[in-house]
Write a protein that binds this ligand. Structure first.
Ligand SMILES: Cc1cc2nc3c(=O)[nH]c(=O)nc-3n(C[C@H](O)[C@H](O)[C@H](O)COP(=O)(O)OP(=O)(O)OC[C@H]3O[C@@H](n4cnc5c(N)ncnc54)[C@H](O)[C@@H]3O)c2cc1C
Length: 538
């Protein structure tokens, strides 16, 4: 008699299509409808100050409690609503009610900035800005991500080789500190706190407003697909394109095997000639092939170009969640499936999280890999090789980003190595290595030491001065984490603004709720992978 776990695993895809997709769709539609109704009928940007006073009052009440009764504070955004793979233990913290801070407060066209409340989502700001001819300079491709979450975490996109991560585009943060005071934090007014807020994950204060840069847009992206069939070739070409004076507006590559990739260069365009109009591809439509499968068709041949409507471009990876959905619903890209059920895709992340019990999370924790890792471009070849050896899975996502050198103790990100700096600039060119899916050995039904492999990838990352996005599971100990990130300024600022004890410590905020070291021990009995044998021999 198969166990429930075996049945769930065997029929996962059927259960997901028959139950998960429709229920998730209805659930998501209800959430979106509620958000849209609020946007259209209930938006009240003029009540921003009142809402902030409400947050301040709650924090002051918290501060008035006897110290022994105070539990660290966090926002009341539900843990299943966020895009992180882990489940924050919010029930052990004091939740501050602030979910109503979700209005766009105004666009300043002269200064090219927009001011928003922190829970404004990427989808919402896109709907607001695009009709006015703008978008965020760093506009994540996931509609449900919040601007506050991006500003305090990572925020890196295929435009980041031009501007850096989202925090580089922030003019000012509005933060409620542990004593209930409100501070507008800019590079001039409060340089230390300004530098420490990015990658702080809400552990220095509560973000109640943010002002950040927008860029002008055109209705289409002229997308050029360039196949490259050597590893040296795609690594060199990505670096050349990212650092060129006329770098494309958007740049990314999908790596299909160690030596094969398709580089995509996108530029804002009007599509106002008959030839351009013939090449329009509304690739976001439900019946269209998944984006990475479409990209794959350019591997054979000399490449090509298309005009993609801006919104379709921005959400190009949405329906297949990069290539993750293929592992959940293997037939999802079949033309018949797309035609009949494509409109239900993708499975909603929020619904998947809401329906994940602790037991299911423990079960799936080691069965899949979900990592975005930021590494200097000088390490691109080695990083692809290392990821391929450790996980045996493709495609891999690559896109470049500037990492600015903000000097000694310039924030949680370590200063780039001098040899990685782009000559004549104050930044180095890094890239995101996106590894998503089910490792090869697991797909083949073999036992796999996922945590060992993840820790080996983290060790590689640290050896080249890289760092992982912290929305994904981290496998480092507290000491290893402190070596990966530069916590000097963070600790100084945390003490200065009274955040110690008032907000969780950064490591406690971002570590997975699953006991990683216990899983590490469990894995010791598994067969050793080729990569580990090689490591042991080295
Ligand atoms: C499939 C997938 C692909 C992704 N790809 C990318 C990518 O290419 N680039 C990228 O940058 N990111 C990427 N992400 C990650 C995403 O950017 C992060 O999860 C990001 O944090 C935004 O998500 P969120 O709005 O759910 O943030 P949350 O997880 O809600 O917030 C991030 C942190 O900030 C804290 N916080 C949020 N708001 C406040 C506030 N108002 N006050 C105090 N603290 C606050 C939260 O408690 C949390 O610790 C990806 C995620 C997924 C699932």
């Amino acid at each position: 008699m198969p166990s429930l776990e075996e049945l769930l695993t065997r029929y996962r895809s059927l259960i997901l299509v028959g139950v998960g997709l429709p229920v998730g769709f209805v659930f998501d539609a209800a959430l979106r409808l509620r958000a849209r109704a609020r946007e259209l009928l209930g938006a009240a940007p003029e009540r921003h100050d009142e809402r902030v006073r409400g947050v301040q009052a709650q924090v002051r009440r918290w501060a008035a409690q006897p110290p022994a009764e105070r539990r660290p504070m966090c926002t009341d955004r539900r843990t299943w609503q966020n895009l992180s793979t882990r489940f924050e233990p919010k029930h052990t913290w004091s939740k501050i009610k602030m979910g109503d801070l979700c209005d766009v407060l105004g666009l300043d066209e002269a200064a090219r900035t927009v001011r928003v409340e922190p829970f404004v989502t990427v989808g919402q700001i896109t709907r607001y800005l695009i009709p006015r001819g703008y978008m965020l300079a760093v506009n994540l491709e996931i509609a449900d991500a919040t601007i506050g979450g991006l500003a305090l975490a990572a925020g890196m996109t295929t435009h980041s080789h031009r501007v850096g991560m989202l925090f580089e585009t922030v003019v000012a943060y509005e933060v409620v500190l542990a004593d209930g005071s409100l501070r507008r934090v800019s590079a001039e007014s409060d340089p230390k706190l300004f530098r420490a807020l990015p990658w702080s994950h809400g552990t220095l204060g509560l973000l109640v407003g943010i002002e950040l840069a927008v860029i002008p847009v055109k209705p289409y992206i002229h997308l050029r697909y360039l196949p490259v069939r050597t590893q040296e070739g795609y690594c060199a070409e990505m670096y050349r394109l990212a650092t060129a004076d006329d770098a494309p507006d958007f740049l990314e590559a999908t790596v299909f095997s160690r030596h094969e990739a398709v580089i995509m260069c996108g530029d804002f365009a009007d599509a106002d000639t008959p030839e351009a109009r013939r090449k329009i591809n509304r690739l976001g439509r439900w019946y269209k092939p998944w984006f990475y499968r479409h990209v794959e068709t350019y591997l054979s041949g000399d490449g090509g170009d298309e005009y993609v409507p801006l919104a379709d471009y921005l959400l190009r990876h949405n329906r297949s969640i990069f290539w993750v959905v293929e592992h959940m619903i293997p037939s999802g890209n079949n033309p018949l499936f797309r035609l009949l059920l494509g409109w239900l895709m993708p499975p909603r992340i929020a619904f998947l999280k809401l329906s994940t019990t602790p037991a299911v999370r423990k079960m799936t924790f080691t069965l899949q890999v979900f990592q975005d890792i930021v590494l200097p471009m000088s390490a691109m070849r080695r990083a692809v090789d290392r990821a391929a050896e450790l996980f045996d899975m493709f495609p891999i996502l690559l896109y470049p980003s500037r990492v600015y050198d903000h000097g000694e103790a310039g924030g949680q990100l370590r200063r780039p190595a001098p040899e990685d700096m782009v000559p004549g600039t104050d930044y180095a060119m890094y890239f995101d290595l996106g590894v998503y899916g089910v490792p090869g050995p697991i797909r083949r039904g073999e036992r796999f030491r996922t945590v060992h492999a993840m820790r080996a990838m983290e060790a590689f990352t640290q050896s080249v001065r890289g760092f992982p996005f912290l929305y994904a599971d981290t496998f480092m100990t507290r000491e290893e984490f402190a070596a990966m990130f530069d916590l000097r300024l963070y600790r100084e600022v945390r003490a200065e603004v009274g955040a110690d004890g008032a907000f969780p410590d950064l490591y406690d905020k971002i570590r997975p709720e699953v006991d990683v070291l216990a899983v590490l021990d469990e894995e010791r009995g598994y067969p050793v992978s080729l990569a580990e044998r090689r490591d042991a021999a080295e």
